[in-house]
Design a protein around this ligand. Structure first.
Ligand code: ZN
Length: 426
């Protein structure tokens, strides 16, 4: 049997792990990265990538694939096609499906299904509490054994600090990562948009930034006490960024992610885009947005994750007070970040790539996004020069709920390779 050999020729290789940024060939044999020096050229297929950028495969630490239970919005097949089109070779699936992913049986079934139908690699999370109700804890060790890569009650979080402390102790014993959606529900109550000028103008109940900040602070203090890492999801407020910065200065093992919509938009987007700008946590003020950019720049925030949250047209057509929270993000994240952060001068390319590769890898403590001989041939190929208008033709997701339709971006995804095979090529 002849092995499948490829030479990826002439791309600018950008690898944050080694600080490499130079034009060279990358060789692939049987789905893995091969050592260029020892690579037999004979019989290899040459793929010309001159003028493009080749990065380790990007990981999206935060997606909702909606399977099982809500497959009218998305399923594993459609969601992972969207991921491939967006440049992600791995996605981390949230457990707030129906049923909730809170038992080893459900985890094991999903791990099998993810491998069967996923166009890219799907890493499965499980809930911290049974049914994500925040009353009884799940079995961290059994969930890890079944294949869960992390625990989270995303969509909400455990409200009781004592129970959260116990959850962290269990996760520490089991050696499984904890990631947390930070929201003090007594402050959010039935809020719709950020508690600011737009909510006031529209006569809608607001969600104060304090609802997020209190739980970020709580998690930082628990992480400090227990010496166990917590990753806080989708930060939206300036003070949350300051709290994470403080935690890092104290040596507390806290890491953080932000979503592209919080990088690009403010509460004002709700006037133009209505329910397609309704998400949780909400879009906040320009001051918050600028603090997020500063957090990305100074390394306080090490991960960009999409919080891809598909909803059907019908659901998003409801009045803003009734429509569900969330926007899709898999296909739009990379073009938006290349435009706003790289072209916008916020982050050099190497650091931007790190937010999608080394950042998520360190949170999960898994060998993802490595560009070295022997590692799986997972690559994200970027075209920094192309001009892209975000249109329905770009979207592979089953849902269309995005405020970014018709936005013009500079730079996008030219190809996505998983295990030595193209899963997307533009
Ligand atoms: Zn969330």
């Amino acid at each position: 049997m002849t092995e499948n050999r490829l030479i990826l020729r002439g791309a600018l290789v950008v690898n944050p792990e080694t600080n490499e940024q130079r034009v060279r060939d990358v060789c692939v044999a049987d789905g893995r990265i091969a050592d260029v020096a020892g690579f037999a050229m004979q019989g290899a297929e040459v793929i010309d990538l001159r003028g493009l950028v080749l990065c380790p495969g990007f990981t999206d630490l935060h997606v909702h694939l909606r399977e099982p239970g809500q497959t009218h919005k998305e399923d594993i097949a459609s969601g992972t096609l969207a991921a491939a089109a967006g440049g992600f070779t791995s996605v981390v699936a949230m457990p707030n499906t129906s049923p909730t992913v809170d038992s080893p049986e459900v985890v094991a079934a999903l791990v099998r299904r993810n491998a069967e139908v996923g166009a890219v690699r799907v890493l499965q999370t499980a809930a911290l509490s049974l049914g994500r109700k925040g009353r009884e804890l799940t079995d961290a060790a059994a969930l890890k054994q079944a294949g869960a890569v992390a625990l989270t009650d995303d969509g909400s979080c455990i409200q009781d600090a004592g129970l959260m402390r116990e959850a962290l102790l269990n996760a520490r014993s089991a050696g499984i990562t904890v990631i947390d959606h930070c929201e003090e529900m007594s402050l959010t109550a039935s809020g719709i948009l950020h508690a600011g000028e737009i909510a006031k103008k529209l006569g809608l109940k607001g969600i104060p930034a304090s609802s997020e900040e209190l739980v970020v602070a709580r998690d930082a203090i628990l992480a400090a006490e227990l010496g166990f890492p917590v990753h806080v999801q989708h930060l939206s407020s300036a003070r949350s960024v300051s709290l994470v910065r403080w935690a890092k200065e104290e040596g507390i093992p806290l890491s953080a992610e932000v979503a592209p919509h919080h990088i690009v938009l403010t509460e004002r987007a709700c006037c133009e885009h209505g329910t397609n700008a309704k998400m949780n946590p909400p879009l906040r003020t320009e001051r918050d947005r600028l603090a997020i950019l500063e957090g990305l720049r100074d390394g306080t925030i090490e991960v960009i994750a999409t919080d891809h949250a598909p909803h059907s047209d019908d659901e998003k057509a409801r009045p803003i007070s009734e429509a569900p929270f969330g926007v899709i993000g898999l296909e739009t994240a990379v073009p938006l970040c290349l435009t706003e952060l790289y072209r916008g001068g916020v982050l050099p390319l190497l650091e931007l790539v790190a937010k999608f590769t080394t950042g998520p890898r360190r949170v999960l403590r898994l060998p993802l996004g490595l560009l070295e001989p022997g590692a799986p041939a997972d690559f994200t190929v970027l075209d920094l020069e192309c001009e892209i208008r975000i249109g329905p033709d770009m979207l592979r997701s089953r849902s269309r709920n995005t405020p970014f339709l018709n936005r013009i971006c500079r730079g996008g995804v030219a190809g996505t390779m998983v295990g030595g095979k193209w899963v997307f090529r533009r």
